[in-house]
Design a protein around this ligand. Structure first.
Ligand SMILES: Nc1ncnc2c1ncn2[C@@H]1O[C@H](COP(=O)(O)OP(=O)(O)OP(=O)(O)O)[C@@H](O)[C@H]1O
Length: 276
């Protein structure tokens, strides 16, 4: 599948009832983000605007700097520049504090406690927002935030199952549910549908569109079909820089994007079709 192939595909995302959403989200503004690994500049002066109420896809060939951008925004890679959440600078603040500010992410490989049940995993995520005293106290009922997240992600029927026996798709949904439990305003999802079945991908795309109401949803993805069907905005990274940004149609018809994915230049020869 190439970028041009996906142009002909239908964009059909049924709007559904909005989920409960955190208030006061005006989005994430990234300016001059730069990440260096020794002499190598992996992310080179990147500006990105992630608005609420969008599912924003970050695409690009292998090594373009997508994951490094997300790592920098979420405090896992040292970076310079600026990342503002609702106008407040958050670049460089510790990862745990960042989660409390409302920025949450998932990884390409699920990071669940596989021996614990879904409910226990969500309870641990919810604990991030509880005081030490309340964590020590016995709780007789499920945290309402967990109830909401289970309902949103449709995982209510597997709460007592160990996370390790869930399908790949269900594990990704538990990861997303953990972010919801933490009241994340910005969700950064790294290749959420890799390895999913067709039905799981559809369900995930529809979930992202339900979540986007007043949240900012950012998806790093290689799956162009999925991007075409579910992206509201797209940014293409290439060699650590923004190559193109805009709607799916604008980006997929951009000759520079075509060249990187398909074209005749030396870069394209090396990198073309990697997102197929
Ligand atoms: N810790 C590191 N040390 C040195 N170089 C790194 C490190 N992490 C990433 N890189 C390099 O930075 C560049 C960007 O990598 P990154 O993983 O962000 O790309 P990507 O667009 O996410 O690629 P992919 O789609 O293959 O995951 C690559 O050249 C990679 O080799």
């Amino acid at each position: 599948m190439s970028v041009t192939d996906i142009d002909s595909r239908p964009t059909a995302v049924a709007d559904q009832t909005p989920l409960t959403t955190p208030a006061g989200n005006t989005g994430l503004a990234v300016r001059d983000l730069t990440v260096r690994f020794g002499p190598f500049t992996a992310v080179d002066g990147v500006d990105l605007d992630f608005a609420p109420d969008t599912v924003h896809f970050l695409i690009g060939p292998n090594g373009a700097g997508k994951t490094t951008c997300v790592d920098a925004i979420t405090g896992l890679s040292k970076a310079t520049g600026s990342v503002r959440l609702d106008g407040q600078e958050v670049l460089g603040i510790p990862v745990r504090k960042l989660a409390r500010q409302g920025i949450g992410r998932t990884f390409q490989t699920a990071t669940l406690f596989e021996n614990l049940t879904v409910l226990q995993n969500l309870d641990i995520a919810a604990g991030m927002h509880r005081s030490r005293w309340s964590l020590l106290g016995a709780r007789s009922r499920i945290d309402p935030a967990i109830d909401e997240a289970l309902e949103d992600t449709g995982l209510g029927h597997v709460i007592d199952r160990p996370a390790g026996i869930l399908s790949h798709g269900q594990k990704q949904w538990v990861e997303i549910a953990m972010l919801l439990v933490q009241r994340a305003k910005v969700l950064l999802l790294d290749e959420p549908v890799a390895g999913m079945s067709h039905d799981e991908r559809q369900a995930t795309g529809e979930l992202l569109h339900r979540l986007k109401r007043e949240r900012t949803v950012i998806v790093v993805e290689h799956d162009m079909d999925f991007m075409r069907q579910f992206a509201s905005e797209v940014t293409v990274l290439h060699q650590g820089k923004v190559l193109s940004a805009g709607s799916v149609d604008a980006v997929t018809s951009d000759p520079r994007v075509q060249q990187v994915y398909l074209g005749s230049g030396p870069d394209a020869e090396a990198e073309g079709n990697q997102t197929a």
